[in-house]
Design a protein around this ligand. Structure first.
Ligand code: SAM
Length: 258
């Protein structure tokens, strides 16, 4: 959402008031260390995409209730969710149908969804409100900065990265999310024993994921190479599209070992 940051992707929205819980989650946190080279190549581009009236209204009315603004300081996860529970970060939830299904199937876990796309955030807000998804919160901001600045080391039970933009052209590969520096950062935020679950329908990106995740010293593959799709992951919207185009699907599930 980022009602208060100039770099908010996806166009302007009216600032919504922050809930008390959001204020509590942000206020006591210590300053996150500034990373020196703060600029990085974004894994997304700002596009003025279509947004429905319902999604726009959800953004206007529900952002302050269910989302947390990006801030350059550590987030107190227990305060943000109103309870201490294992917290799973999802990067790029799209329209949120998968997030909703997983959150409903796993009520004991908290789900922090990070997305930059206005229509998707509006749709997810609507899902949270209409289905009483008390265990979901949203941050509308670049996930790289959220992970770097807001997530404390060793604090996540898991991370879901489902069908990240494949950036198929070679000159765009630098925009891919799953690359060694970001994977090292992500791994540092996962608690020992926690997991990183990626999925893609792009074979050559799957091979890159396997290489990068296997090379990260904090992570170990749970299987040899690619994992079968676990029961908790429903078929996502992008996956359905990929399957329709005749693509395969590759899941990778790694655990943090120390
Ligand atoms: C290809 S879509 C997949 C959506 C959904 N996971 C699915 O499988 O249907 C990738 C999503 O990631 C989001 N995204 C890309 N880079 C991001 C970033 N750095 N931070 C947050 N979201 C990002 C995009 O806006 C897009 O909605």
């Amino acid at each position: 959402m980022n009602t208060n940051t100039p770099e908010s992707p996806g166009g302007a929205q009216a600032p919504a008031p922050l809930s008390d819980a959001t204020r509590a989650a942000l206020a006591p946190a210590g300053q996150a260390p500034h990373s020196p080279g703060a600029t990085h190549i974004r894994s997304f581009v700002h596009r003025r995409g279509h947004i429905t009236q319902g999604q726009r209204e959800a953004l206007e009315q529900l952002l302050g209730k269910w989302s947390i603004p990006y801030a350059d300081r550590r987030l107190d996860l227990a305060a943000a969710f109103g309870r201490a529970a294992p917290t799973v970060l999802e990067i790029g939830f799209g329209m949120g149908e998968t997030t909703q299904q997983i959150a409903q199937a796993r009520p004991g876990d908290n789900f922090l969804g990070v997305e930059v796309f206005n229509a998707g955030v509006g749709a997810m807000l609507r899902r949270i409100e209409d289905n009483g998804l008390e265990n979901v919160r949203i941050i509308q901001h670049d996930a790289v900065e959220v992970v770097r600045d807001m997530i404390a080391p060793g604090s996540l039970a898991g991370v879901h990265v489902y069908f990240p933009d494949p950036w198929p052209k070679k000159r765009h590969h630098k925009r891919r999310l799953i690359q060694p520096p970001f994977v090292a950062l992500l791994a540092s935020r996962i608690a020992p024993g926690g997991y990183l679950h990626c999925a893609t329908d792009w074979q050559e990106y799957a091979a890159q994921m396997l290489e990068v995740l296997s090379a990260e010293p904090l992570l170990r593959n749970t299987v040899a190479d690619y994992a079968p799709r676990p029961d908790y992951r429903p078929q996502t919207k992008f996956e359905t599209r990929g399957l329709r185009l005749g693509h395969g699907v590759w899941d990778l599930i790694f655990k943090r070992i120390v």
